[in-house]
Design a protein around this ligand. Structure first.
Ligand code: KIV
Ligand code: ZN
Length: 388
């Protein structure tokens, strides 16, 4: 089995379904270019049958981006597939991504179809799409709440009809990591022709498990991860690209899987998205949040000053951030304060450091964050002040 994982970014499609994250055409093209620089393998540019605006944006992206496959999403019906192909056909290696739901609740209430009819629709849709291109992805929507044997039959049928990528979505974020990995392995084992397709997963974050479920499925044999920048997406979002990629990179010995993401582009990409959608990156967001490389506790700061690996499992530079931040506050120790004072250009003796240390502690009790300007003011006030 290959050790290459394809990174399929769906920020422009599922990510845009995040409330408040609508992007105009120029913004989508700008983000698409940045995704190309980041090194994603496939970007899902939108859902061409959804609206004229979506169609035009997908078409513009397909005609602009040359180094990344551009995918369009469509339901498993011919008019949607035609519209999708019309939008993406100018792309360098365009992909039709067609889907139909396979869970009992979706088949009965949403589609009002029997399982046998759904199986037939999947076959016909993939066959129809494959007349346009050999790059066809099939998704079994709500796969994680589907009967595993039925799912395996649908998957086998889709591969027979010409699908080259099979996506197993956890549409409502219901799956649990171990169970989801077992399900992916089961379907791959049960579908006799599974070796002819790349298996993919697409996880939502309703229980905060999207990244864990994605990683578990990769461990079980999936080789495409569908993700979004900063994890934006429908409801609680999708698996976050930067978290999946950095887990694979930081724990490469555990996963043994490669991808072509330029990790130094992670932070710039998240920041660009945040500017476009007008939503700040939350402070505690892993990898890219303002606090992700900020150390406040005195014990941690002391460890960091001795050796960064004590409290840092990856460097900020490796994800495109400037540097580790030592945040001075009431938990800071003498060593961290001495380091900061020296960084600001002052050479103080032990007695003077002690004076500054005590002054910072007093200030930190009243103020949430102590800034460099506060420290300089304290040095001048407490150490260099000429008595009246
Ligand atoms: O969540 C989902 O099931 C989807 C599919 C259409 C891939 O977004
Ligand atoms: Zn989704």
């Amino acid at each position: 089995m290959s050790d290459k994982v394809f990174i399929f970014d769906t920020t422009l499609r599922d990510g845009e379904q995040s409330p408040g994250a609508t992007m105009n055409m120029q913004e989508k093209i700008r983000l698409a270019r940045q995704l190309e620089t980041l090194g994603v393998d496939i970007m899902e540019a939108g859902f061409p049958a959804a609206s004229q605006g979506d169609f035009e944006a997908v078409q513009a992206i397909a005609n602009t981006i040359r180094d990344v496959q551009v995918a369009g999403l469509c339901r498993a019906i011919e008019p949607d597939i035609d519209r999708c192909w019309e939008a993406i056909k100018g792309g360098a290696n365009p992909r039709i991504h067609t889907f139909i739901a396979t869970s009992p609740v979706h088949m009965q209430y949403k589609l009002r179809k029997e399982p046998a009819q759904v199986l037939e629709m999947a076959r016909e849709a993939v066959k129809y799409a494959a007349r346009y291109t050999s790059n066809v992805e099939f998704s079994a929507e709500d796969a994680s709440r589907s009967d595993w044997d039925f799912l395996a039959r649908v998957v086998e049928t889709a591969i027979d009809a010409g699908a080259t990528t099979i996506n197993i979505p956890d549409t409502v974020g219901y799956a649990q990591p171990q169970e989801f990995g077992e399900m992916v392995a089961y379907v791959m084992e049960k579908a006799a022709n599974s070796h002819k397709a790349v298996f993919s997963v697409h996880c939502h974050n309703d229980l905060g498990l999207a990244v864990a479920n994605t990683l578990s499925a990769l461990k079980a044999g999936a080789r495409q991860a569908e993700v979004t920048i900063s994890g934006i997406g429908e409801r609680a979002g999708n698996a976050s690209l930067e978290e999946v990629v950095m887990a694979l990179r930081t724990r490469s010995g555990y996963y043994g899987l490669e991808n072509r993401i330029q990790t130094e582009q992670l932070f710039p990409t998240c920041r660009l998205l945040s500017m476009i959608i007008g939503q700040a990156i939350p402070p505690y967001k892993a990898i890219v949040g303002p606090n992700a490389f900020a150390h406040e506790s005195g014990i941690h700061q002391d460890g960091m000053l001795k050796n960064r690996e004590t409290y840092e499992i990856m460097t900020p530079e490796s994800v495109g951030r400037l540097k580790t931040e030592i945040v001075l506050g009431k938990h800071s120790g003498r060593n961290a304060i001495k380091g900061k004072v020296e960084e600001l250009g002052y050479r103080l003796d032990d007695e003077q450091i002690q004076i500054v240390f005590e002054a910072i502690k007093r200030l930190a009790d009243k103020k949430e964050k102590v800034y460099d300007e506060d420290i300089e003011a304290l040095i001048h006030e407490e150490v260099f002040r000429i008595p009246d």
